[in-house]
Design a protein around this ligand. Structure first.
Ligand SMILES: [Zn+2]
Length: 317
């Protein structure tokens, strides 16, 4: 029986149950937090995180994958506390979330040197804890696959090959990065069946999505509620079309929700929440999306495949 590392140690894949593949219990910049702590309220962040953890549990969720990485204030102790107090399994990553910039300590290391940093965590744990990552994370966005981004992807690929761990790659479909990312992974000899291209659901271009699926990867239809990237109606139509074409066993649904996020000043954040992404929450799937998809033809088996079986297979790969 394959096992998956969680903040509470390895669990059998059969124990994962209903899984949200891409959510964040806290998204902040670690440098901002360290340098300007007056901008952050730990208690408010904690309250939001534990409220969301408990809320998803009432919908039967047993596991949340939180793909925080460097630059998203990945914090093993915080995540472990969320898991311990809620009773959820929380699954963490190792990796770097950058769209281009690399600090000197990474800029001046080569691919293998960066891979060694990730591999250390699979063996010894994250941030001096005994919490181990279950997968690798990297990102490409509007700037595309720049030399720095290519280096991070190759480092992730090499660490994946050495550790046997799966990869989640944040993508930007509008720039077609998914195909570029898969090209690099395949050049490095990574098994495409271990790679998840996140945020593929930000496009309804079925042509692009099928070309991506043809590479053999998983796709994340994982930003439900983030209407500013693609409204729910179009996300639903795309998922239903892909189900009809037989891709239930290749995709995930999730929300990329952040219980708290520091990307904008508080007042801008409040404005965006109220006006641009009013539905975005960690339970939007259960409150609205799943009932709608079911009404329009998604079977219970499809749902079970996307939220129970696929997480088991990707994480256990
Ligand atoms: Zn995310």
């Amino acid at each position: 029986m394959p096992t998956v590392e969680t903040t509470g140690g390895p669990v059998d894949v059969d124990e994962l149950g209903l899984t949200l593949i891409h959510e964040h219990f806290r998204t902040t910049d670690e440098a901002g937090r360290f340098q300007f702590p007056h901008l952050y309220d730990e208690q408010v962040e904690w309250d939001a995180a534990i409220a969301d953890a408990n809320a998803v549990k009432t919908h039967g969720v047993r596991t949340v994958v939180d793909p925080a990485a460097m630059f998203l204030n990945r914090d093993a102790a915080f995540s472990k506390r969320v898991a311990d107090e809620s009773g959820l399994n929380v699954v963490l990553a190792t990796g770097i979330y950058t769209y281009d910039h690399l600090p000197q300590f990474l800029f001046n290391r080569d691919e293998d040197g960066i891979a060694a940093i990730f591999l250390h965590e699979f063996e010894h744990g994250i941030q001096g804890t005994d919490v181990k990552p279950a997968f690798l994370k990297c990102a490409a966005d509007v700037p595309g696959v720049t030399p720095n981004i290519e280096k991070v992807h190759r480092a992730v690929a090499r660490a994946a090959k050495q550790s046997g761990k799966p990869i989640m790659a944040h993508s930007h479909p509008a720039s077609g990065t998914g195909l570029e990312q898969m090209r690099i992974f395949s050049e490095e000899g990574v098994d495409p069946a271990t790679v998840q291209i996140a945020h593929t659901g930000d496009t309804d271009d079925l042509d692009y999505i099928e070309r991506l699926l043809d590479t053999g990867c998983w796709i994340g239809m994982d930003r439900y509620g983030l209407d500013l990237y693609l409204p729910t109606e179009q996300r639903n139509a795309t998922v239903l079309a892909l189900l009809e074409r037989g891709y239930a066993d290749r995709m995930f649904i999730s929300q990329d929700y952040c219980s708290s996020i520091d990307w904008f000043p508080r007042e801008v954040q409040d404005y965006l929440k109220a006006n641009e992404v009013p539905d975005w929450s960690m339970t939007f799937l259960f409150d609205q999306v799943i009932p709608t998809l079911k009404e329009r033809g998604m079977s219970d088996d499809d749902l079970d495949q996307m939220m129970v079986e696929n997480p088991k297979r990707w994480l256990g790969s």
